[in-house]
Design a binder for this molecule. Structure first.
Ligand SMILES: [Zn+2]
Length: 309
C-alpha cells in the first residue's frame, strides 16, 4: 500500500463499496452486513414493557424470550406511574415462575450498561432463572462482562463462563452473540457508565424480526448506518428526556434514521426527573411528524402487546 494516499484509499474503498455516494443510502449488497434470515412476509413478536428501559421481547410461542436489561421487582416505574405491580414482577421467585411457565427453549438477558435502572436486579434475576434449570444466558459489552462484572457474577454464585455468552466473553461492537435461535449485535450508544466500560444498544434477531434496543442514548448520526447495516423492524427507543437521555422528538428522529416500521418508546416514567406518561403521547405525535412511516406502539406499564412487523 506504499504510496497510496488517503484519497486513493478512499477511492479504492468507494469502488469496493459499489461507487457509494456520500450521503447516499448504503447498499445492503455491498456492505458486510450480518445476513438477514427473516422468513418471507411478516413476523410477530410479543413485547411487554416492564418499566423504564426494561422490556421483554418474545416469540408468540414463547420459545425464544429476551429481556432488555434487568430491573424488575425494584423497578420504580410502578410507584412513579401509580400502577399496581403485577405479581409476577414482585419478586425474583415470582418472576422466575413466570418465565418458567412460558417453557422457553432459550432466554437471553441483554445488558445495555451498568446504571442501576438497567441492572438493579440483574444478578438476582440471572440467579433465579438459572436456578430453575432454564437455558438462560446474558450478554453485554465484552470488557464489562469479563472485567467489570466478573467478580460479581461469582459473588452471586454464577459462573460467567456458563451464564455469559461466548464462554464468558460477551461481545464487543460489531461482534455477535447467539443464544438459542436468537442472535444479537452490539451497537453504539452515546451515554456513560459507572465502571468504565462503554454503554451500548443492541440489534436483536428474534423470530424472524430485527429489534433495535437503544439502551440509554442521545441521538447520533450513525444511527443511519445502524439502519442501513442491520435493517431493524422495531425500535425500543429511550424517549424520557430529562437529565439522562434524548426525549420524544429525538427518539422519533432515531426511528427515522434507523428506518424501523414500529417503535415502542421506553425509559420514561421511572423516576421524577424524566418525563412521565406524557412521553408516550409526545413520542407518538413527534413520530407522525418526523417519521410518518413508523407506527408508534405506546404501551401502558406492564402491558404485553403483539406487534407484527
Ligand atoms: Zn443510563
Amino acid at each position: 500500500m506504499t504510496g497510496l494516499g488517503r484519497r486513493s484509499l478512499l477511492k479504492t474503498a468507494t469502488a469496493a463499496a459499489g461507487g457509494l455516494a456520500l450521503g447516499g443510502t448504503l447498499s445492503t449488497t455491498t456492505l458486510a452486513a450480518p445476513a438477514r434470515e427473516a422468513a418471507a412476509g411478516s413476523s410477530t413478536l410479543n413485547v411487554r414493557w416492564i418499566g423504564g428501559g426494561v422490556v421483554e421481547v418474545a416469540t408468540p410461542d414463547n420459545k425464544q424470550v429476551a429481556y432488555v436489561d434487568a430491573w424488575v421487582w425494584n423497578n420504580a416505574a410502578y410507584s412513579v406511574l401509580k400502577v399496581d405491580r403485577p405479581s409476577e414482577f414482585a419478586s425474583a421467585a415470582a418472576f422466575a415462575s413466570y418465565v418458567v411457565a412460558k417453557s422457553p427453549d432459550a432466554v437471553l438477558v441483554l445488558l445495555t450498561h451498568d446504571h442501576g435502572d438497567h441492572m438493579g436486579d440483574y444478578f438476582e434475576l440471572l440467579k433465579a432463572l438459572s436456578g430453575t434449570g432454564l437455558n438462560v444466558k446474558t450478554t453485554g459489552q465484552s470488557d464489562l462482562m469479563r472485567g467489570g462484572l466478573a467478580q460479581k457474577f461469582k459473588d452471586n454464585g454464577l459462573d460467567p463462563a456458563q451464564v455469559v455468552v461466548n464462554g464468558g466473553a460477551g461481545q464487543n461492537f460489531g461482534g455477535m452473540a447467539q443464544q438459542g435461535a436468537m442472535r444479537a449485535w452490539l451497537v453504539p450508544a452515546v451515554h456513560s457508565n459507572l465502571l468504565g466500560f462503554p454503554s451500548a444498544g443492541f440489534i436483536l434477531d428474534i423470530g424472524g424480526a430485527r429489534v433495535y434496543a437503544s439502551g440509554d442514548t442521545d441521538l447520533y448520526g450513525d444511527l443511519r448506518l445502524v439502519g442501513d447495516r442491520y435493517h431493524p423492524d422495531l425500535a425500543l427507543v429511550c424517549a424520557g428526556g430529562g437529565p439522562y437521555t434524548m426525549g420524544p422528538r429525538d427518539a422519533a428522529m432515531a426511528c427515522a434514521l434507523t428506518g424501523v416500521s414500529q417503535a415502542v418508546p421506553i425509559h420514561y416514567g421511572h423516576n421524577a426527573q424524566v418525563l412521565g406518561a406524557e412521553a408516550g403521547a409526545e413520542f407518538k405525535l413527534a413520530l407522525s411528524e418526523i417519521s410518518p412511516a413508523t407506527t408508534a406502539q405506546v404501551l401502558n406499564l406492564a402491558e404485553s402487546r403483539t406487534i407484527t412487523v
